[in-house]
Design a protein around this ligand. Structure first.
Ligand code: ATP
Ligand code: AMO
Length: 466
């Protein structure tokens, strides 16, 4: 076969060489009848291609054909790499291709619902353009999601989904290196795993069932089955009622569960090492992706410490109090207060990533272990990036009697979780674990304002297509 080069790899090192590339047409621009420019795009990289009838490189018909191709069509181009004197605006690659041959491969409609160039512009850029009297249509979030396949073609989105893959990859690699076993638990289950209202109910061959709100029950049962340390990467379903910037009805859960020897801090230790390794790796190995995202959505790199800060819930409440924010010391923190605490922590400790632990028991799910010294508190934690929650975790109740009492007290139908509770009657080790929302990690690492930006095809209370 012929030898192909990627658009992103066409650079000065290939000067005077003939290369063959395939990409989409980003823009075309005829200059008279003898010269034409087109910008070719592949995986977010762009390359300026020049057609000129001079030196008999191409014919006039070729210039006409090439510059009349519709945007987003695929073409193959064979050409010679040249290095122009001036920097090239409007293309990532700082070399040009002198076209010799061009083949149309696949046509796009002449008019598209989203103009990729417009969709890729930053808010600042748009403001400037509008003030300068430029005609342009701001592409809103709903339009982007309605035509997601087009929206995904922007450089920022190309970066976002590569970062997401890397987050998932590091989660897996890191936990494997620490002796965790990857598992898959059922998503069709008999009863709600987290309690509460946000559950999708369905009919399972005539029996009531639901979509798993988390792998909680089965990841714990895997520990009862002596797998020791387990992790799962899989879909999580939540019938969320409210339309917020950070809740989806289906998201990807990164879950872990492990035996513990003495203290739930062993679980927090894993979270600490895992996330420091993850952030390091993203900063080190995803520079291009982060840059592409930052160009459209400018953000400051995440501030985090080598050893993750841990504060108790009580300490958090105290910090808030000193800042004039009164909260119920045994209640939950609302989103606004969580953000405020994030700001205070940043000012005092210089980190935007921290763990808040020993939550009041009353605000945690039934399977959470109460604190041994004070049952008003629990052996649990949440983890925050830039003042927003990305992880919940805890030591679990492994005593069946206590588990049933807790579940019953919270109005959970014991029948629906009978086999789960039974699992602890056959001998269960002390254990704990945590659950991470993949989309939230990417959203908050990159300081994006909406979780829909980090979900390939988001599912929210109003959206089930595309
Ligand atoms: P978890 O399920 O572990 O609590 P979560 O991030 O999904 O994680 P929620 O339980 O939904 O969080 O809510 C956490 C806090 O955020 C709650 O205390 C609630 O006050 C607040 N919150 C939830 N939904 C909204 C909303 N639509 N608007 C404002 N605040 C909200
Ligand atoms: P929790 O309910 O806090 O805990 O969920 C764990 C993490 O999942 C993410 N998350 C969400 N992401 C997007 N859309 C949603 N609607 C949504 N809801 C939650 C958040 C959250 O921190 N079983 C426990 C975890 C455990 O203790 O192991 C659980 O599900 O990032």
């Amino acid at each position: 076969g012929r030898k192909w080069t990627e658009v992103g790899l066409v650079n000065e090192s290939l000067k005077d060489k003939t290369v063959l590339v395939r990409g989409r047409i980003q823009t075309t621009r005829p200059v008279g009848k003898n010269i034409g420019f087109l910008v070719l795009r592949e995986k977010g990289f762009t390359l300026q291609c020049v057609l000129t009838v001079a030196d008999n490189l191409v014919s006039r018909q070729m210039v006409k054909f090439a510059t009349s191709l519709s945007k987003e069509s695929h073409v193959d181009i064979e050409g010679i790499v040249s290095v122009p004197d001036a920097p090239i605006k409007g293309a990532t690659q700082q070399v040009e291709l002198q076209v010799r041959k061009i083949y149309g491969i696949s046509k796009a409609l002449p008019t598209l619902p989203i103009n990729i160039d417009d969709a890729a512009r930053s808010e600042v850029d748009i403001e400037k353009a509008l003030q300068g009297g430029e005609q342009l249509v701001r592409v809103n979030q709903d339009t982007r999601l309605n035509f997601r396949v087009l929206d995904l073609r922007t450089p920022a989105n190309q970066g976002i989904f590569r970062i997401q893959c890397q987050v998932e990859n590091i989660f897996r690699q890191f936990l494997l290196s620490e002796g965790f076993v990857g598992i898959h638990t059922p998503k069709l289950i008999a009863g709600s795993s987290e309690g509460g209202a946000s559950v999708f109910r369905l009919d399972y061959k005539g029996r009531p069932a639901c979509l798993a709100q988390s792998p909680q029950l089965h990841k714990q049962m895997a520990i009862c089955g002596d797998l020791g340390r387990v992790f799962e990467i899989g879909p999580v379903f939540r019938a969320e009622d409210s339309f917020t910037h950070r809740h989806l009805c289906e998201f990807t859960g990164l879950d872990a569960e492990m035996e513990i020897k003495e203290h739930y801090s062993e679980v927090m230790d894993v979270v600490d090492r895992l996330f420091v390794a993850m952030f390091d790796s993203l900063n080190e190995n995803c520079k291009k992706e982060l840059e592409a995202i930052g160009k459209q959505y400018p953000f400051e790199p995440l501030k985090y410490l080598r050893k993750t800060l841990r504060l108790t819930f009580e300490e958090g409440v105290q910090m808030l109090k000193e800042a004039g924010v009164e909260v119920d010391p045994l209640g939950d923190l609302n989103t606004e207060v969580e953000r405020k605490l994030g700001k205070l922590v940043l000012e005092k400790y210089g980190t935007e990533f921290y763990i808040l632990h020993r939550y009041p028991l009353a605000v945690r799910p039934f399977y959470t272990m109460p604190a041994y010294d004070n049952p008003a508190y629990s052996n649990s934690f949440d983890v925050f990036i830039r003042g927003e929650e990305i992880i919940s975790g805890a030591q679990r109740v492994h005593v069946p009697e206590l588990l049933s009492t807790r579940a019953e007290g919270l109005g959970i139908d014991l029948k629906s979780i009978e086999t789960y509770i039974d699992a602890f009657r056959y001998g269960a080790p002390p254990h704990g674990g945590f659950g991470v929302g993949l989309e939230r990690v990417v959203m908050l690492f990159c300081a994006l304002n909406n979780i829909r930006k980090t979900s390939l095809f988001p599912r929210d209370p109003q959206r089930i297509t595309p």
